[in-house]
Design a protein around this ligand. Structure first.
Ligand SMILES: [Fe+2]
Length: 194
């Protein structure tokens, strides 16, 4: 996305660098907005015997990721840019498909959310690398967010792991595939309800 000419940016940063940092942050803003909305959708749609623990585990993640979106958007404005936060702009810009699972068991959703977090964390880490040369202040913010994203990813994965540390979703590359693999870990319920 081409960014409009900046009327100002933070002292000590070139306009070209600020433009690129804003572009990176805008991509993270779309990802964070997509993630907190999707996690809320999961919160509402999980079913099964582990409903309450998973339903309640998800809400603090929604709140934290909403906070990340706010920090990212305000950093864009601080650098002289204009954060784009409407649903239309998000759908137009995103490079991934909408979350594909509706009402499903806790294990199925957690399998799909594992894949979701893999994509999100990979993007955050790629941007952290690039920011090493561009802006350490923005990099620091994304590092702090990644620490939390990775913690949340572990909360999810701990539900998909056996005593030997093997993940049910290992090797799955799509939400559907991961959900089907995770479904096999449910007690007495080896078949997917998808
Ligand atoms: Fe709720």
């Amino acid at each position: 996305m081409a960014t409009n000419k900046l009327h100002y940016t933070t002292p000590g940063m070139s306009e070209a660098d600020a433009q690129r940092v804003i572009e990176i942050l805008q991509a993270r803003l779309h990802a964070a907005n997509d993630l907190h909305l999707t996690l809320k959708h999961v919160h509402w749609n999980v079913v099964g015997p582990h409903f309450i623990s998973v339903h309640e585990m998800i809400d603090p993640q929604v709140e934290a990721v909403r906070g990340f979106a706010d920090e990212i958007a305000e950093r864009i404005a601080t650098l002289g840019g204009s954060p784009q936060g409407t649903p239309g702009r998000l759908v137009e810009a995103r490079t991934w498909d909408d979350y594909s699972i509706g009402r499903a068991t806790t294990q199925e959703h957690l399998g799909a959310v594992d894949v979701l977090y893999q994509g999100v964390i990979t993007s955050w880490r790629e941007n952290i690398e690039e920011l090493d040369e561009l802006d350490l202040v923005t990099q620091d913010m994304l590092i702090a967010q990644t620490d939390k994203l990775e913690l949340f990813h572990w909360f999810v994965r701990a539900h998909l792991e056996d005593k030997g540390g093997n993940l049910a979703t290992a090797g799955a590359t799509s939400e559907q595939e991961a959900a089907a693999a995770a479904a096999t870990t449910e007690h007495g319920e080896a078949t997917s309800t998808l």
